[in-house]
Design a protein around this ligand. Sequence first.
Ligand code: NAP
Length: 479
Amino acid sequence: MAQMLIGGELVGTRSGATIKVRNPASWEVVGEVPRGAGADVDAAVTAAAKALPGWAATPGTKRARLMHEAARRMHEAVDEVAKLLAQEHGKPLAHAKLEAGRVAENLEYFAGLADKLRGDYIPLDDPAKFGITMRRPVGVVAAITPWNFPLTLFANKLCPALAAGCTVVLKPASTTPLATQRAIEAISGAGFPAGVINTVHGSGSEIGDLLVSHPRVNKVAFTGQTETGKRIMALAAKNVTRVTLELGGSDPMIVADDADIRRASAAAAIGRFFNAGQACLAVKRIFVFEKVAEEFMTKLAERAQKEWKLGDQFAADTKMGPLHTEHQRAEVESQVADAVKRGARVLAGGERPKGDGLDRGWYYPATVLADVPYDSRVATEEVFGPAVPVFIVKDLDEAIAKANATVYGLGSSIFTKDMAKARRAAEQLEAGYTWVNDIQVAYDQLPFGGTKQSGFGKEHGVEALEGYLEKKSVVLASG
Ligand code: NAP
């Protein structure tokens, strides 16, 4: 059974209670973790608080060395971690390997920044005095992550936190804790002092509130649903704990009449069907200009039918595994059914697959919908599965207005050869990211984060470090 890492020790819970982890393709149990309780949260936060002064005072060069060593160990553990991830999540093994490798890359990126933190010298009016600013770690970080990209999303929090000198208590999603726990054990084997990195497992509804409102937690870094984020923000207010919230999205893609349709349809398919559509940054609503609408929809439907083969996550030709839970599939099915009831046409997918061993898991095919009313659920809600509505628009004004008609503001994209259109979209789309003629892929070097109800705060880029640092002013007067 996997355990929790608390104060440098691998431990279970006192009660002995556990959570079973299942393979969504077969519903078989693939592992177990302790079902943490309040005492475990308290122990992990206390361990992190105890380790904080020492880690904050550790020279940046030493923090960087440990992080590089952690990256090396993570590279070595990729195959083992990826297998656990594919089993517990349902994603194809090749994609799980990519994700595990990204943890090592993220460690390397932030290791490169750990010894480059510095402040400013600020002259004051009084010549006998001057000011400086110092960068101090914010303290103990509670990192709470979802199940869709368990590894990249914990790395997005752990790596900048470690580089900044913070200590961390990580709570992974209770349906995908195994790969995260194994990755953390590989990372912590690099020799971080006890208590710098801790994990607690357990149900968010049972221990989440305790973790977020613990008086010794100084920052909550959360990724998950907007509704959970709102609750966390309210709870964090109790101790004025700072929060970073990476929440839901409903990213628009605009396809103008001068777009390269082959490229746009490929980007739409990858952007929507990768990870079986269970991605925050994903093409969730498409607005295509009338002149190219037929061609684009035909091409996208073709790709959905031919290129996104469903299957067991360990089969070499599988492009899409099952959805992660029964609830997740039921939700997508009911969103599609709502659109169809209101008159939408199904251009591809739309029905559970049968045979080939697909009846057992929570499989759902790549689905493309046309003639979708704007008030239907696929247009107004986040669709966290492989279904996408395509809307026809007359021009860029209409596309941008419709794209912005959502509470979300995470990613967005436009396909056009006209730089004026691209620039206007980049300026006017209400989102944290705009891709022009490109697939929605986040880069380590570029700050990533939402606007509106997609949250606030940045992950990736040097900007991510800011979320884990305080700027303190000091006045020095000549004695
Ligand atoms: P979720 O239900 O909000 O859960 C996320 C994490 O929060 C899990 O670890 C969960 O634990 C925990 N949690 C649940 N209730 C809690 C509480 N009261 N206090 C503290 N923690 C609590 O989200 P999800 O369904 O796993 O993830 C899918 C969502 O994440 C989608 O909306 C997606 O768009 C969003 N997402 C956003 C980004 C981004 O960067 N913006 C990236 C990826 C995903 P349990 O697992 O034990 O319930």
